[in-house]
Design a protein around this ligand. Structure first.
Ligand code: GDP
Length: 296
């Protein structure tokens, strides 16, 4: 991810060579390049506008110390603003509740929800020594339930079998009861995905949410879908309170529009990124690391 951004950003300070200060005049070309790079990365337009304006204001107010070039100062400003845009720090999962802590996963079909459920379970088991139970409420796609059952067995977690004749909220409640009785620390609940957010999906997930009262509701989005990912997350968040986002397929050649737009469009942090198909391919999301990677 971010290869194009990286290449484009590497170029933005070329206009500042030989300059002693940052001025309205000499940062114009650099700002234009930053703008182009962000648009090309499919960052949402309002995000691009705000971002450029922040950089402009800060650049014009910046003192260029003797030891630095105007280019270095500008890059530092861009770095800081990128970090700010993505949410400053890594926001960890909140599991601070009476066990089992319930994590509800939602997302469009194909976003990587089921894989992410297993990845998250593995991460919680390995990093936090949690006992994790998983279940799927996707009664429409037995194959999806099967897929989660298989992945759960692979990572040695516990699968709560779904009754495809039951309502999704009933499955969720039954799993919660079982997790509670069997003293699990965490219950991860996978839900049905659709091709787009629709009324049926929302009603169903609201019912599941009401039944479970999850401490975390994570929206899973595919980074390859760029700013659409952020827009879908926002639409979802308008109906159901999200607590965070898992951005998947960050190992692919996604341009970065999703990662850079989600926080501002939804107000919610990206908590994890998926970096491969395997269950180990999940990483906590660190805005500063990503900003440094973008700026090379
Ligand atoms: P769901 O329909 O949302 O449950 O999506 P799945 O979990 O079935 O994932 C859809 C496809 O995306 C599968 O082929 C996964 O292996 C793949 N996938 C999921 N997450 C990632 C990721 O982070 N990186 C890559 N490269 N592939 C992923």
């Amino acid at each position: 991810m971010f290869n194009t951004l990286q290449t484009r950003f590497g170029d933005v300070v070329k206009h500042l060579r030989g300059q002693a200060r940052l001025t309205e005049e000499n940062i114009k070309d650099s700002l234009r390049d930053v703008r182009m790079a962000l648009l090309e990365a499919d960052v949402a337009l309002p995000v691009v506008r705000d971002f450029i304006e922040q950089i402009r204001v800060r650049a014009l107010g910046a003192e260029v110390a003797r030891s630095l070039t105007p280019g270095q100062v500008l890059i530092k400003i861009v770095h800081d603003e990128l970090v700010k845009l993505m949410g400053e720090v890594n926001e960890t999962l909140n599991l601070n509740t009476q066990p089992p802590a319930v994590i509800l996963l939602a997302g469009l079909q194909g976003s990587g929800k089921t894989t992410s459920a297993a990845k998250l379970a593995r991460w919680l088991q390995e990093r936090h020594k949690k006992r994790v139970m998983l279940t799927s409420c996707d009664v429409y796609r037995p194959a999806a339930i099967e897929q989660l059952a298989t992945l759960t067995a692979e990572i040695n977690a516990t699968f709560f079998p779904s009754d495809v004749h039951a309502k999704p909220a009933q499955i969720a409640l039954a799993a919660l009861e079982a997790a509670h009785k069997q003293l699990y620390d965490v219950l991860i609940v996978d839900t049905a995905g659709r091709l787009a957010i629709d009324a049926m999906m929302m009603t169903e997930i609201q019912q599941i949410h009401a039944a479970l009262n999850p401490i975390e509701t994570l929206f899973v989005v595919d980074s390859m879908t760029g700013q659409d990912a952020a827009k879908t997350a926002r639409a979802f968040h308008e109906t159901l309170p999200l607590t965070g986002v898992i951005l998947t397929k960050a190992d692919g050649d996604a341009r970065g529009g999703a990662a850079l737009s989600i926080r501002q469009l939804t107000g919610q942090p990206i908590k994890f990124i998926g970096v491969g198909e395997k269950t180990a391919a999940l990483e906590p999301f660190y805005p500063d690391r990503l900003a440094s990677r973008i700026l090379g």
